[in-house]
Design a protein around this ligand. Structure first.
Ligand SMILES: Cc1cc2nc3c(=O)[nH]c(=O)nc-3n(C[C@H](O)[C@H](O)[C@H](O)COP(=O)(O)O)c2cc1C
Length: 510
């Protein structure tokens, strides 16, 4: 029996994991470096199949790739080179840095604490240079480990209640999230990070998919148990979080669902011991879908959330046109990206800000966003330094392309406080707060709406990163004091919950 409609569970999790000044101050948690989890999932008994090391250049402008989609029924199938591009530019190791205690392997997409709890698996039919199978992406070796041989796509088709994008996809990438890898630092709040960190990765994956000509969609509705069993993950530790079907073939796979015997494959332990945070497993279980019937009912039908037309003074957007925008290709921008560690307090232009917001919010192709272009998160901004715009608090009216001023003022100190008393949101040119009407969302989607709203925020946040770096600006994701954010933007944001935060501006040399 599914517990998804009992949204009390998501509320309980959300309220229990809010940050406040007092909760952060009183938290006794410390980082136990002697028990730090390793950053990769390793199957020691399986030899990885190397992926092509040469990444093809698409030349497609990042600002186009993040804003556009390939129409869903465009005949296309990825080859091994395209798969290598997709994996490298979404979850590959792009930089590494030595520090006294060890080494950090930075990956293509931003991730809380650089802990990289999201793993990628491939489920495919026969492709050019890749046999049908279920594979794990081994980021450390840049290779694929085959977990199952044969075409198992029908398992995903059943699990997603025949979601058309999955039914016709030559390849589906399954993203999982590993509790302990992130909870080592962030404890119970990690379940929110699953959505954020999976989301930034998906922003890259969707953009690269577009750049290589593959239709792609984010699928959040699936029978959890079937997908977890297909990958043979231990759901107490690691869970499937999202699916991304890629490409389109008119003939769906013929084979009936295959036997799903457990694989019993050894994996290297992450740490000497793991600490369990049951609240997260509770919200995961209560947001799990148990039958394809339930999945079919779950998807689509995005609720309209309360968003009154502007009554305050508005600032008209001035986004750069395709001709005028910087055309740095997506692969260059992804490799250039890295979270700003300090912002210069220098202004950005309104054209730059408008371009970032416009490009990042043109719609996420997802099974929970129907009609296309719907969005669950509303964006609120604190503007410190944007040429020609009075500093203050604003709300973004996406459909109208305007910012409505909620209150003018210099709010650098307040922004620094709201962003967990860090300098980054105080020094940025603008801070974008994602707020959502959780009541309506959970009513419509049940607890699983909580996964969806976090994931959408991560994707749009990831696109903001890319649209900043495409314009040679900087960005960073940030965490926040939940209720203080709502209070700051109220009365407009009354009743909404803080979901995510991205700071934008000129990076300063550290
Ligand atoms: C959702 C999210 C929240 C983050 N929160 C913070 C934060 O509160 N403070 C901070 O300094 N960095 C924050 N970061 C930046 C990460 O530390 C950074 O992404 C990670 O170290 C990887 O480095 P990179 O983004 O340069 O590749 C956040 C990143 C994300 C994606």
């Amino acid at each position: 029996m599914s517990d998804n409609q009992n949204s009390e569970v998501a509320w309980k999790y959300h309220n229990a994991t809010k940050h406040s000044y007092a909760s952060v101050r009183n938290n006794q948690h410390f980082l136990d470096f002697n028990n730090q989890p390793i950053p990769f999932k390793i199957y020691p008994t399986l030899q990885p199949l190397p992926l092509p090391a040469e990444v093809r250049q698409t030349g497609v402008a990042a600002l186009s790739a993040i804003a556009e989609i390939i129409p869903p029924q465009t005949a296309s199938r990825p080859d091994l080179e395209a798969i290598a591009q997709l994996l490298y530019l979404s979850a590959g190791i792009t930089r590494h840095r030595k520090y006294p205690g060890g080494e950090i392997y930075f990956r293509a997409a931003a991730c809380t604490g650089a802990l990289y709890e999201v793993e990628l698996y491939l489920v495919c039919g026969d492709l050019a240079n890749l046999e049908a199978g279920v594979y794990h992406f081994a980021a450390a070796e840049f290779g694929l480990r085959r977990l199952r041989a044969g075409d198992y796509r029908s398992v995903l088709i059943d699990a997603t209640a025949n979601e058309p994008s999955v039914a016709h996809a030559p390849l589906t990438i399954v993203c999982t999230a590993t509790y302990w890898r992130n909870a080592w630092k962030y404890q119970d709040r990690t379940y929110r990070h699953f959505g954020w960190d999976n989301g930034t990765l998906l922003a890259n994956l969707l953009a690269v998919g577009t750049a290589v000509g593959l239709p792609a969609k984010v699928v959040c509705g699936f029978v959890d148990d079937s997908v977890n069993r297909l990958l043979d993950v231990d759901p107490q530790r690691e869970v499937a979080f999202s699916l991304v079907p890629l490409g389109y073939a008119s003939a769906p796979p013929e084979q009936p669902p295959a036997n799903l015997d457990p694989l019993g494959l050894e994996t290297v332990p992450l740490s000497r011991h793991e600490i369990d945070y049951p609240l997260m497993r509770e919200v995961h279980a209560a947001s799990s879908l148990v039958s394809s019937k339930e999945v079919a009912r779950w998807r689509g039908g995005t609720p309209l959330t309360n968003f009154p037309p502007p009554t305050g003074r508005v600032v008209e957007f001035q986004p750069l046109s395709d001709e005028a925008m910087p055309r740095d290709p997506i692969e260059q921008v992804i490799l250039r990206r890295g979270s700003s560690r300090r912002f210069a307090r220098s202004p950005i232009t309104l054209a730059q800000l408008s371009t970032m917001l416009d490009r990042a919010t043109r719609g996420v192709p997802a099974d929970f966003l129907d009609p296309a272009g719907s969005q669950l998160n509303h964006l609120y901004l604190i503007i410190h330094a944007v040429e020609g715009v009075e500093p203050g608090a604003y709300v973004f009216h996406r459909g109208r392309g305007v910012l409505e001023c909620l209150k003018p003022g210099e709010f650098r100190d307040q922004a620094g406080y709201l962003g967990l008393q860090q300098a980054l949101p105080a020094d940025a040119a603008a801070d974008v707060f994602f707020m959502a009407d959780l009541r309506t969302i959970l009513q419509r989607y049940g607890n699983r709406g909580y996964r969806a709203v976090q994931l959408e925020a991560g994707i749009i946040g990831g696109r903001l990163y890319l649209s900043a770096y495409a314009q040679r600006l900087g960005a960073t994701g940030l965490t926040f004091f939940d209720d203080d954010v709502t209070a700051f933007f109220s009365p407009h944001a009354e009743g909404k919950s803080a979901i995510f935060l991205v700071a934008l501006g000129h990076s300063a040399k550290p």
